[in-house]
Design a binder for this molecule. Structure first.
Ligand code: ATP
Ligand code: MG
Length: 173
C-alpha cells in the first residue's frame, strides 16, 4: 500500500474540518488512481493538506488550487497542464490533484482528464479530489465519497458510478 490514511482528523482551532473516529480513512495502492468526490466544504482539501504535512512532504506535491499566476498568456487549462508538468518534475511517488478542472471550459476539462489518464497508464499513482464526478469516476480505479467531513461511500469507480445515491447527488440522476 502506497498510502494508508486511518481515522484522519483535521481541526482549525475549535472547529473540526475532517472527522476521525472511524471517519476519514482511505487507501491508495501503488498504481491506483483514487478519486475523492464530495460536497463543497466536505473537507477534501483539508485532507490533502494534512497529507502534505507528512514526513514524505516532497513526495506529495499538491497542485495549486487555482490562484493568480503570472503567466497571463496561458489559458486556465494550459496553466493546469503546466502545473501538472511541474509537479511531475519532482518525480512524486504519489501525485495529489485538487480540483484541477475547476473553472475550465469543457474542452480543456476533457484534455486535462486525458492527461491524467495517460499519466496513470504510464504508472503514476494519483489521488484526485474532484468536483466533476462524472469525469473523475471515468478515469479512477477506485473512489471515495466524502460527505460532511467523513467518508460516506467507497468502492470501485464503476460501483460508485452505478450507485443510486451517487447518481442522484453527483451525476444529475
Ligand atoms: N484555514 C481554515 N481555517 C478555518 N477553517 C477552515 C480553513 N480551511 C477550511 N476550513 C473549513 O474546513 C471545512 C472543510 O474545508 P475544505 O477546504 O477542506 O473543504 P473542501 O471539501 O475542500 O471544499 P471545497 O469544495 O470548497 O474545495 C470547511 O468548513 C471550511 O470552512
Ligand atoms: Mg477544496
Amino acid at each position: 500500500m502506497m498510502l494508508e490514511v486511518r481515522d484522519l482528523e483535521v481541526w482549525y482551532g475549535e472547529s473540526q474540518a475532517v472527522r476521525g473516529g472511524g471517519g476519514v480513512s482511505f487507501q491508495v495502492a501503488k498504481g491506483d488512481l483514487v478519486a475523492i468526490i464530495g460536497a463543497n466544504g466536505a473537507g477534501n482539501s483539508s485532507s490533502l493538506r494534512a497529507l502534505m504535512g507528512l514526513e514524505a512532504f516532497a513526495l506529495f506535491p499538491l497542485l495549486a488550487q487555482r490562484r493568480a499566476q503570472p503567466g497571463r498568456t496561458l489559458s486556465g487549462g494550459e496553466q493546469q497542464m503546466l502545473a501538472i508538468a511541474h509537479a511531475l518534475m519532482a518525480r512524486p511517488r504519489l501525485l495529489l490533484l485538487d480540483k484541477v478542472s475547476l473553472g475550465l471550459m469543457p474542452s480543456m476539462v476533457a484534455q486535462t482528464f486525458a492527461t491524467i489518464r495517460d499519466l496513470h497508464r504510464q504508472g503514476v499513482t494519483i489521488l484526485l479530489v474532484e468536483q466533476n464526478t462524472r469525469m473523475a469516476l471515468g478515469v479512477a480505479t477506485r473512489a471515495y465519497v466524502l460527505e460532511t467531513a467523513a467518508i460516506a461511500l467507497q468502492g470501485t469507480a464503476a460501483e460508485l458510478a452505478a450507485n443510486p445515491q451517487v447518481r442522484r447527488a453527483y451525476l444529475g440522476g
